[in-house]
Ligand binder design. Sequence first.
Ligand SMILES: Nc1ncnc2c1ncn2[C@@H]1O[C@H](COP(=O)(O)OP(=O)(O)OP(=O)(O)O)[C@@H](O)[C@H]1O
Ligand SMILES: [Mg+2]
Length: 540
Amino acid sequence: MGDPTHIIELIDRILEETEDQPELQQKIFDLRDALLAAQQSAQQYNLKIKTLEETIRQLKSPAHRIGTVLGPGNDDLVRLNVGGTEYQAAVSPEILENGPLQVGDQVAVNEGFVAIIKLPRPQQGPIARVVTRLKDGHWMVNGGTGNTEFMVQACDDLKEENFREGDEIILDPTQRVILKALPKREQKLVVEDEFVTVTWEQVGGQEDVIKEVRKVIEYPILHQEILDKMEYRMPKGFLFYGPPGCGKTLIGKAILSDIVNKLKEQSHDLKDLEGRFIHVKGPEILNMWLGESERKVREIFKKARDYREKGQLPFIFIDEAESVLGTRQALRVNNISNTLVPMFCAEMDGIQSVRDMVVILATNRPDLIDPAILRPGRIDRKIKVSRPDRGDCEDILKVYLKKDLPIEGESLDALIGPFLDTLFGTAPEQEALLLTLRNGEFKKLYWKDFISGAILESIVLRAKERAIERAIAGEPLMIKVDDLLKSLEHEFVENNVLPADSNMEDWLQLLDFDPKNVVRVRRPRDSDQAAHQTMSRSII
Ligand SMILES: Nc1ncnc2c1ncn2[C@@H]1O[C@H](COP(=O)(O)OP(=O)(O)OP(=O)(O)O)[C@@H](O)[C@H]1O
Ligand SMILES: [Mg+2]
């Protein structure tokens, strides 16, 4: 009887019966409307009460811990790891309705550690790397954050998976089960060993270096008997050091090419001999996972030995060697000992002679190489590849400006001469840095103090671009003196060839200045007034 719909029906019936009493009907209509409105708000209140009840229920219920299933336990129990502790836990029958729990499944447990809800697998978690396979779907992995290896098992879906050493995987939050394999990251090319022949004609200047390099690397390989008769202890490894872009890599490739050609000429048996230039980028090795850098170094030496066994001539060339074989200062790490240095030394000690493989380290900062590396019997020959002097620059330019190129004027010398005059000039325009030394002296550095083969190559390239542009616009095709001069200026004024303040210390070392003896570095474009002030102060 209390049903509001029934009351409305009753009212409707009364309305029918009182059609002849309009005044009464009006009141009954009002009553009907009021009743409908009351019914509507009662419904809204009901809804609100339900929401509140649900909120109270949620507030009253505790959070559930989440555990990882490690496998079956005794009877109908499962082995669970919850927050690092293992439990043998009962499973709510509701979960089991959809089949038994699998290794790696995530479950919520109640206060009594009963698994009450099965949860979806997490899509993120700690990442580790596979080290090696153990028995029965178990694996040894490396956690990456420290040099720690531990054992895990694959979740049931991945039991048959054949992970490879170094594969990245996601572990469950308790780090006991492999939940997922991560897609392979694109590996940076740490080691290149495509070898393109470089002839001595491609190297400009650097005659003393070339002579020295031939003596120490070529003689032991090509004139084995003579050196053996003299019981001459052959060097095994070499350090090429000097400023960037001055030809260390280029000379390394040229000497290998030269030796290969000469060996082929020496003996018909060697006519198929190939050179192998295993070019290693130091910093990229260091950026690898802990443990993996060491593996990479071993791999590099193994690769060289394999080439040797196949009758090829391998060179290992490690660029920016101070980054991997440096002292602690160079590595800028305090709490990790550099395990690469002893490893590298052991590999070097295992090499019988330079005829097995030639190891060359290249660096801009020889002072940062760990002294253990430079001990006799390891990398015991140091060769300085300096910045080119005027004669070298001329030779380098002639490498890139071949005789038959269309040029302005009578001869190549007429083209190059004015360029070199400007490059080696000591006018204010060519001033690059002003150093104040500890003993009060001043030292001016000019463009010539920063020149390199790489910069010269780039200047010629730019000059050619200018000539090409003019030719396309309809003028005769030729490189003019002005093209070289403009490109030179562009290189030094706009192209940041000169050192930035942030790496001034490195630069000073490259310029053979001990940073400790330099108290101030100033650019000539800093205000002249400031310059006068500091100078007079220093003199006083
Ligand atoms: N003496 C040179 N003759 C001709 N080209 C040169 C010379 N020196 C440098 N170059 C050019 O500059 C490029 C870079 O030189 P290279 O890589 O040999 O320098 P690097 O001393 O190894 O420098 P980095 O310390 O930066 O590795 C070379 O590939 C070459 O094109
Ligand atoms: Mg190089």
